[in-house]
Design a protein around this ligand. Structure first.
Ligand code: DX5
Ligand code: ZN
Length: 217
């Protein structure tokens, strides 16, 4: 399974997003954190900005929707041009129906789990998704500390995917840095979101390379 590095623009300069995206053109996807001030206590950006970013980004967009009423709102992000749309398990009433709707719009469909949400209820549904996002912080803010307590959930998720012989990606998001990425990779993650580790580095492109090398090791 390939290693993917998806920098989060949450830690980028919001007044210069086009050049901030250009700075990570060697990454795999640009991770876009959509927050609605209800599902999480923070507000970032929504559809009109995602639509514009999809047009100017050199790499595909990985939209992480931290929003209520995902069933209602997530499909519009597929139409806005995101290549991958992740909704939260805690915010979706019918995750299988929603994932099928997203896939029917030609995007990758992913489900995200907060640290306290178990993977077990979803183990028989893994094939309905292209990616499972295991959060390694409480969603809402960049720059938090990686939660090692989430590592066993990554392991159980990867083990179930392998046992079922599925091609489902496992993404980690939150506190991923040169210090923590190897632990996440060893546990079975293959897609790594990093916000502050990339955008607070002097050279974001070099930070992407370093994370990729560590994850591959
Ligand atoms: C947190 C967001 C993350 C955030 C990660 O709710 O989902 O994508 O940008 O930031 P770092 O990498 O700084 O923890
Ligand atoms: Zn995110």
């Amino acid at each position: 399974m390939g290693i993917l590095i998806n920098p989060s623009i949450l830690s980028a300069d919001f007044a210069n997003l086009e050049s901030e995206l250009a700075a990570i053109s060697a990454a795999d996807y640009a991770h876009i954190d959509v927050m609605d001030n209800h599902f999480v206590p923070n507000l970032t950006l929504g559809l009109p900005i995602v639509e514009r970013l999809a047009k100017v980004s050199p790499i595909p967009l990985d939209a992480h929707l931290m929003i209520e009423n995902a069933d209602l709102h997530a499909p519009a992000y597929a139409e806005a041009g995101a290549a991958s749309v992740t909704f939260h398990a805690e915010a979706a009433k019918a995750p299988v129906r929603l994932a099928r709707e997203l896939r029917s719009k030609g995007v990758r469909a992913a489900i995200a789990l907060k640290p306290a949400t178990p993977i077990e209820p979803y183990l028989d549904l893994l094939g309905e998704f292209d990616m499972i996002l295991i959060m390694t912080v409480e969603p809402g803010f960049g720059g938090q500390q990686f939660l090692d307590v989430c590592l066993p959930k990554i392991q159980r998720t990867r083990a179930a995917i392998s046992a079922a012989n599925l091609d489902v990606w496992v993404q980690v998001d939150g506190g991923v840095s040169a210090k923590t990425i190897e632990r996440a990779a060893d546990a079975g993650a293959n897609v790594f979101v990093a916000g502050s580790a990339v955008y607070s580095a002097e050279k974001p492109a070099a930070a992407v390379d370093e994370l990729r090398q560590l994850a591959q090791a």
